[in-house]
Design a protein around this ligand. Structure first.
Ligand code: PMP
Length: 341
């Protein structure tokens, strides 16, 4: 096969039917913040000819909301907003709103949407343009706080895929020089997801859950939406170097938790063919949490079961996100104003 995928015959085509409506009766009852005002979900739209849709210039960030003893709280809000600002800078979008304004708007949006589990903040050029450089440089900002499962997946007639306890990973074989020379992998810009989408879609059709992309030198980098870690046989935790991947907030959190807990962790490079020989492999991300990798190209990792270090770190992350470890309380930004005491 042209994309190098040989195994499996999984059929991931979705059943025809209704998908979450942009408008009408199926639309979630959510308020989306657009340029300073909360509007109903179905009104948060852009024109089909908008620059961001046509050129893939939208930048975004995605963070999680947790139920804690101090109420709903956003996990590592500051780091996500800083990454959002960096994406704008890398792409050259003249974003006028600053960090504090964005943080306040995100917390306002969470308050306006009870039960939200995630926040997606986007910046985009809504104008209709003829050239790649827009005549109208005004950047819009939209903030959606919602529950991906209740508001999107459950409203879809398709079979959700990859919501498994562990994933079957495929390592891409034939692409090199995927992105670095085009656009920094550190930019969360829509256009950066097109090439990974094509690769992952092919892997899905071949019966895998997820694909790991390689960097320009052929070393393991990350998946389309998660970072990757492995545990060497000696117990050392490793992850590909920062300059080759999106700087995942979960990746950074796992490295900090490991340091705090006295676990030996460091950045390193690894060839795809060495990955399945490691004691453990797992993925990290806002959606993935800490997600064990069960097999790579069909070969089991370890004994094919979630490994102990990944499980331990996943449990630590969930504990911290639930507000259960005072040492990491500063990683949670409560949406409700906090009283004294
Ligand atoms: N890599 C890429 C390319 C991603 O899109 C994501 C998801 N934002 C990640 C890694 C994981 O990042 P985070 O832990 O911040 O969700």
């Amino acid at each position: 096969m042209a994309d190098g995928i040989e195994r499996g015959e999984g059929d991931f085509r979705r059943a025809a039917g209704t998908f979450p409506s942009v408008s009408g009766p199926g639309a979630p009852e959510r308020q989306i913040w657009v340029d300073g005002a909360l509007v109903p979900w179905e009104q948060a739209t852009v024109h089909v000819l908008s620059h961001s849709l046509q050129r893939g210039s939208l930048i975004f960030d995605y963070m999680s909301v947790h139920t804690t003893p101090r109420g709903a709280a956003v996990f590592r809000l500051r780091e996500h907003v800083e990454r959002f600002l960096r994406s704008a800078e890398l792409v050259g979008l003249p974003l006028e709103r600053g960090r504090e304004e964005l943080e306040a708007a995100i917390l306002d949006t969470v308050r306006a949407n009870p039960g939200a589990k995630s926040v997606k903040v986007s910046a985009y050029l809504p104008s209709i343009e003829v050239d790649v450089v827009p005549m109208d440089e005004r950047v819009s900002v939209a903030i959606a706080a919602y529950d991906p499962k209740a508001d999107v997946i459950d409203k879809s007639a398709g079979r959700p895929v990859a919501w498994r306890g562990a994933v079957r990973l495929f390592v891409e074989k034939q692409r090199r020089n995927r992105r670095n020379d085009i656009l920094a992998p550190q930019a969360k810009v829509a256009a950066n997801y097109t090439s990974p989408m094509a690769a992952k879609w092919a892997a899905r059709r071949a019966g895998y859950d997820e694909i790991v992309l390689v960097d320009e030198d052929g070393f393991v980098a990350e998946t389309p939406t998660a970072n990757l870690f492995w545990v060497e046989r000696g117990g050392v935790l490793r992850t590909p170097p920062a300059e080759r991947v999106l700087l995942g907030v979960t990746r950074q959190s796992i490295l900090e938790i490991a340091k705090h807990d006295g676990i030996d962790a460091a950045e390193a490079r690894i060839r795809p063919e060495e990955l399945a020989r490691q004691a453990e492999v797992f993925l990290t991300g806002t959606t993935a949490g800490v997600l064990p990798v069960e097999s790579i190209d069909g070969a089991p990792v370890g004994d094919g079961k979630p490994g102990p270090l990944g499980q331990r770190l996943g449990a630590r992350l969930r504990e911290i996100q639930a507000g259960g470890d005072p040492a990491f309380a500063h990683w949670l930004a409560p949406a409700e104003p906090q009283g004294r005491g």
